[in-house]
Design a protein around this ligand. Sequence first.
Ligand code: DX5
Ligand code: ZN
Length: 223
Amino acid sequence: MNYLIAPSVLAADFANLQRDIEMVNSSEADWFHVDIMDGVFVPNISFGFPVVEAIRKHAKKPLDVHLMITDPDRYIEAFANAGASVITVHYEACVHLHRTIDAIKKLGCKAGVALNPHTPVSLLEDIVQDIDLALIMSVNPGFGGQKFIQQTYRKIRALRELSAGIHDDLMIEVDGGVNIDNAPLLLEAGANVLVAGNFVFSAQDPLSTVKQLKAIEPARKLI
Ligand code: DX5
Ligand code: ZN
């Protein structure tokens, strides 16, 4: 089974950012997950363009930029220019989501839509064919290191069902509280991009933690 691991830079040591980026470069990880928080859409501020550009300078893998900001249309082009390969906006932050997705794709990036834990996947019914990726938040966005919300499995399954026959190669990304215990179940439910922040960067041996995450056999379906 093919799936991607995206370590979240939010959990890196910012005083040793280059070292941590090199760690991800030399690991089996696939993407850098880059969390942008504006202090309005979420109750936290992360970092902005100079840091994204600094990450890009050293990163040898695609930047998966997760915009937790209001009115993301204002900044999409700037993030594309800063080196994003994937740009994900929040469903809850977009009034004209179809237009926003179109703008992201026209900039040559893959387009994603993120759903907060309370937002049902059924709301993606009329956009699922137009997006490259759906990001299911498995914690309330704003902070790393939070507890995984169990309802996530059901949402992933429902989204796989909803997209079946319409967009079978939709990427389903899970973000928040992912670890080696829930990862097999997430893959089994139908996710194929796993974000991991603290589980990777706070590990004693981040390289072997990524290796572990890449070597998962998805859990067998419960009968
Ligand atoms: C939360 C962010 C996540 C976070 C994940 O708002 O979107 O990407 O960094 O961190 P962990 O894996 O520590 O929950
Ligand atoms: Zn994120």
